[in-house]
Ligand binder design. Sequence first.
Ligand SMILES: [Zn+2]
Ligand SMILES: [Zn+2]
Length: 360
Amino acid sequence: MKRGTKIALALAVLAALGFAGFKAFERPIALALFERVVQRNVGADRSAALPDGLHVYLCGSGSPMADPERAGPCLGVIAGDTRLIVDVGAGSMRVLGRMGFPLGRTDRLLLTHLHSDHIDGLGELMVQSWVANARGAPLPVSGPPGTAEVAEGFNRAYRIDAGYRTAHHGTGVANPAGYGLVPTEIVIPEGARSIVVLRKGDLVVTAIRVSHDPVTDAYAYRIDYKGRSVAISGDTAYDPAFARAAKGVDVLFHEALDPVLVGKMEAAARANGAPVIAKVLADIPGYHTSPFDAAKIAARAEARMLVFYHTVPPLPTRMIERAFMDGTGAVFGGDIRLGRDGDLVSLPAGSDAIETANSL
Ligand SMILES: [Zn+2]
Ligand SMILES: [Zn+2]
């Protein structure tokens, strides 16, 4: 046998032995890796390591359109010792849980408006925030007029499940006194543009009326804490008044719909004999903001960073992402980011740093 053949044979035998050895130990190796991951995550409050400041968890950067990369609109906010969630789109609670947000200690849910894509994860939030920490009082939810009706509906829809959970885990986990949502409706007075909805220590949350006609009550939120600030647009058409209300924020989270890409979807729907889908696609650009116009809002607001979220349509490749962002840098000189599920934007108190990382 030639020397080369012998070496090849020996390597093949070694590889076979190695594979057999790996197969024999695959389960213990998998269990050891699993144990390491769960020790780091299950029941651990990863937010405890954050410095005092304003921290925004991007738990849903997408829209109602099916998108494997992006949950429906949602932001978790930690400001000092207060934990807020702004909107709760489909799938977003799973992202927030994976990011290590302390769901069981959520203080309040804020709704920007009552479109389905902003509330369709609400049932999941109710259950998770209730049983994760044996909540003793219902979760407060604040939103525009109509929020009480939505809360009542969800309370009713999940009551049967709640009964099962109390029967199964006991009142020490699923305490009936802590079940459900308790609503507060935010009414911005006629002629006013905004109203302070929460003032707690150094934290101030302001609701701002935005333009999302025919949704008459659609709000953005501005959150200020110890000199740091963010504004969250919710759904809105181009609205310079929102830029004035968001003046000087560190980070502006703005929705964006690309009318060129959505226009191509509309033409495709028409060509494929789906006029109803084409009509919906033709209607939606009118009450959203293009990426270019959102950048103009960031410039007018003199924000330091713009993060796109609630992006429409889904952006399946980096090339399409670049097409979506095209031209935005020409109107806004600050940092521009295309938000992704799992992004954590941190604004430490007593500093002007803006730290960004993806925590998934
Ligand atoms: Zn929406
Ligand atoms: Zn909407």
